[in-house]
Ligand binder design. Structure first.
Ligand code: HEM
Length: 460
């Protein structure tokens, strides 16, 4: 059990997890170049709780042991900071982002945002998700290759902008789409995210530097978001069911509305956390379904058993094999390899170790999802494992857990299933990548190398 120790912080706490004798610079290089190899090798040599040191960051305890993950996710959230550990993305999402908040402010903001991603509110987006999918897919030409990742990103970005923000089609909508896509594409290569991790690279030396380009795009995106916020503030009668409307009408305990900067930061958070992640998961799902013909056949058989075009979205999202395919997709190559780091506020006993304040614990989703004792033949894509067994939230946690569990989890799964079902029931696709695809870094997430090349064989 995690317990806060009563002794003062001056106490010497000697028993710590093992720290591999590898210099910090070498660990950083290895994790940047080939994170899977680094993580697996270190786990094999040093076990499922070890200390790593990367870049200019404080040391972190990496855990991939379900018992340790349970201890962490079920512990009193007041014993940790989590927002503080996410400072790397502050240049993108701003200081008021839910992702960076802690304590009461974090709790309040979560309560405010949560309803938009659940229940009736979410189900109301079903029709829109199917329409956007059909509209994007209608641009595919028979026998012409396309890359799944940018195409899925087009779908998920439109879903966020229209369903979640309530944006209307038009010039601003197109501009936001373009700038955001360019911004995220600048993280296309494994080392291009490096400037997020090292503050000394964050100098604006003009358009030709990655940071300079990033700052200019962010400025343009901010301008567009502030324009939208201002316009919507004045259209009280046009308030819809979207998140922006909800946030515009929210008041704090003193009756004060959110400021423009607070609103901008939360919009950026949803854009940033909500669409590329879902697009990557969808690209992997399309890859696996077409890479293993038996999976495709089984899934099509299930989809053909209902009238996808007219079925209630909930009927689709409850299909067991479709659910198993999505779960296995998120298990084998989780979009985020880690959930947020938890930073200790007080001394703690954790899994028998005596940890001192400021120590950091990072649950590793990738390593846990590849434990052969939980997932036999972990490198094989086998949706059936999710039909045969129920995994605990400490064995399977592609969306993290505890008080920071992904706010958009239900929404992302809902969207994934509807998009997949719509595409597969309308198109016969062929996978052009004949070699096994591996995940590569895109910013702080991991996407299929090359983006998954597909071709439309025929329209059904
Ligand atoms: C397949 C898609 C997605 C994956 C794999 C994913 C994964 C994650 C993970 C691993 C975390 C960290 C949780 C933790 O540390 O315990 C997280 C947090 C978060 N996600 Fe997602 N996410 C996805 C989609 C979305 C969507 C669609 C939205 C919203 C539109 C969203 C919004 C957020 C937010 C706001 C947080 C921070 C929660 C907090 O700090 O309280 N995510 N997500």
């Amino acid at each position: 059990m995690i317990t806060a120790q009563e002794n003062s912080t001056n106490q010497i706490l000697p028993k710590l997890p093992i720290k591999p004798p590898i210099p910090r610079w070498l660990q950083t290089l290895r994790v940047l170049i080939n994170p899977i190899y680094y993580l697996q090798k270190t786990q094999q040599e040093y076990g499922d709780i070890f200390i790593s040191e990367f870049g200019g960051f404080p040391a972190q305890i990496i855990i991939s042991n379900p018992q340790a993950i349970q201890e962490l996710f079920t512990a009193d959230a007041q014993l940790f900071y989590s927002g503080e550990g996410n400072n790397t993305i502050e240049p993108l999402v701003g200081t008021n982002s839910l992702i960076l908040l802690d304590g009461d402010r974090h709790l309040q903001q979560r309560k405010l945002l949560m309803p938009s991603f659940h229940g009736e509110r979410m189900r109301a987006y079903g029709e829109l998700i199917r329409d956007i999918t059909k509209q994007v897919a209608s641009q595919w030409n028979i026998k012409k290759p396309f890359v799944a990742r940018p195409t899925m990103q087009d779908i998920s970005l439109q879903v966020i902008l229209r369903a979640v923000f309530g944006l209307k089609e038009g010039e601003r909508y197109q501009q936001i789409k373009q700038v955001l896509t360019e911004m995220l594409d600048s993280f296309n290569y494994p080392l291009s995210a490096v400037f997020l991790f090292f503050q000394f690279l964050q100098h604006d030396l003009g358009d030709w530097t990655p940071w300079g380009r990033f700052v200019r795009r962010r400025k343009l995106l901010d301008k567009l978001l502030y324009q939208e916020i201002n316009e919507r503030r004045t259209q009280v009668e046009n308030q819809g069911e979207d998140i922006l409307s909800l946030l515009l009408s929210a008041r704090d305990e003193n009756g004060q509305p959110m400021t423009d900067v607070e609103l901008r930061d939360e919009l950026m958070t949803m854009l940033f956390a909500g669409h590329e992640t879902t697009a990557i998961a969808l690209s992997w799902a399309l890859y696996w379904v077409h890479y293993i013909p038996e999976v495709r056949d089984k899934l099509l058989q299930e989809l053909n058993s209902i009238d996808i075009a007219n079925a209630d979205p909930t009927t689709i999202t409850q299909l067991p094999y479709l659910n198993a395919v999505c779960s296995e997709t998120l298990r084998i190559y989780p979009v985020a390899f880690f959930s947020f780091t938890r930073i200790l506020k007080v001394p703690m006993k954790f899994m028998g170790y005596d940890l001192s304040p400021e120590m950091r614990i990072s649950p590793c989703i990738y390593l846990t999802h590849h434990r052969p004792d939980i997932y036999p033949e972990p490198e094989r894509f086998k949706p059936e494992r999710f039909l045969e067994r129920q995994f605990s939230p400490y064995e399977f946690f592609p969306f993290g857990g505890g008080n920071r569990r992904c706010l958009g989890m239900a929404f992302a799964l809902f969207e994934m299933k509807l998009v997949l079902a719509t595409i597969l029931s309308n198109y016969s696709l062929e996978l052009l990548d004949k070699v096994p695809l591996k995940p590569v870094r895109r910013g702080i997430v991991f996407a299929p190398n090359g983006g998954v090349n597909l071709m439309v064989k025929e329209k059904k």
